[in-house]
Design a protein. Sequence first.
Length: 157
Amino acid sequence: MKKKVLFISSTGGHLNELLQLKPLFDKYDYYIITEKDKANEKLKEEYKKRLYFLPYGTRAKMFTYIFKYTFLCFKTVYLYFKIRPKVIITTGTHTAGPMCILGKIFGSKVIFIETIANTNKKTVTGKLIYPIADLFIVQWKEMLKLYPNAIYGGSIF
């Protein structure tokens, strides 16, 4: 029986990074979670019942973001218990934070891959997940100064 692995990220560049891990998908009983937006609706055709969406929200619209993020957290709880992953792999950002924390509480392994977009400062989600990650991977050697217990993995692309 294959191990259940959840791949989760927000949409955009973080999702592009996550999808670079596609060669790993078939090695596991995998699932993907990302934010729902027009740019990634086509993913449903390829991944079918292995793909779930969370609501898309941006902090630029703070009033509606608060409600969307609250709903995202509730849906995260639902999806976690529906999937019950043994491992959670994420490239960030805010969409993945609640899932990683919930997973850690309930015994899932958490693997965080810090975005390639940052070369000299921590991301908000990176700061949040670093203390709880079972494996924290950076894509720039310079980032090891900020995350001394991380592993340098090189570029995901």
